[in-house]
Ligand binder design. Structure first.
Ligand code: CA
Length: 100
């Protein structure tokens, strides 16, 4: 039985490949695949994705090697960035709860 963290890592890999394999190169996300992934899998965390320019901006930020595709390593940096932001919210929430 995989642990909670191991399951989370497996989910990351599965979600990435579910979208990456849709079209073109099978092991990287195109702009359209990235948009689909963000809309379906990150809709609660990325409210601003209704702005079509937001996907372009995120794509540009993620595509560190500049090949117009987001590979797994580049994708993970998005997840890490979002996780850090969420963890800060979580800490603030816990502090608020402690005061009550
Ligand atoms: Ca890339």
């Amino acid at each position: 039985m995989p642990s909670e963290l191991e399951s989370a890592m497996e989910s990351l890999i599965k979600v990435f490949h579910k979208y990456a394999s849709k079209e073109g190169q099978k092991a990287t996300l195109s702009r359209r695949e990235l948009r689909e992934l963000m809309e379906s899998e990150l809709s609660n965390f990325l409210m601003s994705q209704k702005d079509p320019a937001a996907v372009d901006k995120i794509m540009k930020d993620l595509d560190t090697n500049g090949d117009g595709q987001v590979d797994f390593e580049e994708f993970v940096s998005l997840v890490v960035g979002l996780s850090i932001a969420c963890e800060q919210c979580y800490q603030m929430h816990m502090k608020k709860m402690a005061k009550q």
